[in-house]
Design a protein around this ligand. Structure first.
Ligand SMILES: [Zn+2]
Length: 126
């Protein structure tokens, strides 16, 4: 049983590496070898717009994979709204999430709205 799981994981890992290198190649060809969220350079990482645990189909979907610098990747994973609302490609990432997981999509919208509400309050407070 354990061997079965780990060989499954190994297979997924191999498939992921392949998909990542396809994404990288395309980014090179299209001169998009930079962070798609902030435009800065390396080091770049592969970020999933929509992550539903180990959902294989989502993990391996190239449209779900975005090149991000470590900073932006971290902000996305940890829902750092202050940074997320400035993503250049936020619309693309949200659009992907909308099409694949509306529950997650509405959570994101809620987080963004709350961020702007708090910001407004802050401004009035000053
Ligand atoms: Zn970035």
């Amino acid at each position: 049983m354990i061997n079965q799981i780990s060989s499954k994981e190994a297979k997924l890992k191999r498939e992921l590496v392949k998909v990542y290198s396809e994404v990288d190649e395309k980014a090179w060809d299209e001169e998009m070898w930079y962070c798609w969220s902030c435009g800065r350079g390396q080091p770049l990482s592969h970020s999933h717009a929509c992550s539903r645990g180990q959902d294989k189909e989502l993990m391996l979907d190239k449209d779900n994979i975005f090149l991000q610098c470590i900073d932006c990747h971290d902000a996305w994973e940890n829902r750092v709204w202050k940074k997320i609302v400035k993503f250049r490609n936020l619309r693309d990432m949200l659009f992907y999430v909308l099409n694949h997981d509306d529950k997650q999509f509405w959570k994101l919208i809620e987080g963004i709205n709350k961020y702007f509400e708090n910001k407004k309050t802050d401004t009035f407070g000053n």
